[in-house]
Design a protein around this ligand. Sequence first.
Ligand code: AMP
Length: 187
Amino acid sequence: MRLVLLGAPGSGKGTQAAMLRDSLRIPHISTGDLLRAAVKAGTPLGLQAKAVMDAGKLVSDDIVLGMLEDRVAEQDARAGFILDGYPRNLAQCAALEALLDRINQPLDVAVKLDVPNELIVERIAGRAAAEGRVDDTPETVRARLRVYAEQTAPVADHFAAIGKLVTVDGVGELDEVFDRIVAALPA
Ligand code: AMP
């Protein structure tokens, strides 16, 4: 199964992706995690990405695509994968489709987690306290929500237009949301 998880920051994508990884036994590929690892390792790419991430903006498409291509080429991704945080705009969406075409592994489904904005702001405040992410300040969260509405929401529209989008209610207990996602996956 090759699936993309879509949803605003704080919609629970990361948590649900990890649960799906354990249940479907396919890797969870988070471009945010890949970037945070590069920042932590202090690679040139990480240094370049850090300021952009701290501001809640999108890292350049080239950088992220390069990281994604490397990760998708790894052995464990042959069985499928759960993409979390990619694609974030229509250009990334086209790049993903081209990449998957090239390796003859088309996407099965895009799952969008629907969570109202008020709840998202609350959840991110909780996460900021628990994890201390630099990009979880109220100001940055607002920037990230704006980027989502302007650049990432059209990606969901694209997947809807090609008949690959399922939308799942992301409000509720983790297990409830997880069950809804599993029920919405193609057979
Ligand atoms: P996330 O963990 O998915 O919320 O990502 C955290 C931050 O990493 C984002 O706010 C962006 O700055 C950067 N990032 C993650 N994925 C992407 C992507 N696909 N394209 C551009 N920037 C990204």
